[in-house]
Ligand binder design. Structure first.
Ligand code: HEM
Ligand code: HEM
Length: 180
């Protein structure tokens, strides 16, 4: 166990990059699903898939860095139930930032290939079953994505509560200011 007061700089950079990209991906997904058929809709799909795969790569990098660098000890005086809630929600967030893009990738590969990373690298997965399988997987992708959004909102709310109401050093553990 480390005695650092904050997360490593690489963990902070990856945390905020993933958060920012998820923040872009969700409105993009809502727009693309509701846009009339045509070039703009197709472009939104292509960008959604490529940015989503970027999140997957960053999420896997996060897991590796987390395994290597661990996490700083919780701020002093945090009740046991809050430690448990933090650990459980962080684990769920890690699972979802890997699972959501994987489901999107598998679903698109089954029904609506090809998957091209940023219009260049072909990355279609070998998933058979065609449209019925693809649509079923994409339905789970959608539900998992909205679960991720709900959990991330709760998580951000908890972080802001610690910062603004309890005024402890929790938010600074993931920021660049001095940890309290
Ligand atoms: C963290 C990453 C991702 C997030 C947060 C995300 C989020 C979403 C959301 C919220 C929707 C539902 C839109 C709606 O129907 O209202 C959606 C749909 C979709 N996503 Fe993702 N997505 C991610 C990654 C990916 C990836 C990597 C792919 C494919 C390579 C992908 C492919 C799709 C497709 C094809 C749909 C449309 C399904 C349909 O038309 O019904 N997504 N995504
Ligand atoms: C999609 C958005 C987000 C995801 C997926 C996410 C995910 C995570 C995960 C998995 C951790 C645990 C890190 C670890 O122990 O290795 C974490 C920590 C943290 N996140 Fe987020 N986060 C998101 C957005 C936010 C936002 C918007 C805020 C602030 C308003 C925030 C503030 C924090 C803080 C302060 C910590 C450290 C908490 C602690 O050490 O107890 N996160 N985040």
């Amino acid at each position: 166990m480390t005695l650092r007061a904050t997360y490593a700089p690489s963990q902070k950079a990856l945390h905020w990059a993933v958060a920012a990209l998820v923040l872009v991906l969700v409105p993009m997904a809502l727009a693309m699903a509701n846009w009339p058929d045509g070039a703009v809709k197709n472009a939104l799909y292509e960008w959604h898939k490529s940015v989503g795969l970027t999140v997957l790569a960053l999420a896997l990098a996060r897991l590796l860095v987390r395994a290597a660098r661990g996490a700083p000890p919780f701020v002093a005086g945090l009740p046991a139930w809050q430690r448990r809630a933090a650990r459980a929600s962080h684990l769920a967030l890690y699972v979802l930032i890997v699972l959501v893009p994987l489901l999107g990738w598998a679903g698109t590969s089954a029904c609506c290939a090809p998957v091209m990373l940023y219009f260049t690298l072909p990355l279609t997965l070998p998933v058979s079953g065609g449209m019925p399988v693809g649509e079923a997987i994409l339905k789970v992708h959608q539900v998992a994505a909205f679960t991720l959004v709900a959990l991330a909102l709760l998580h951000a709310g908890a972080a802001l509560h610690h910062h603004l109401v309890r005024r402890d050093g929790t938010l600074r553990r993931m920021g660049w200011g001095k940890a309290g």
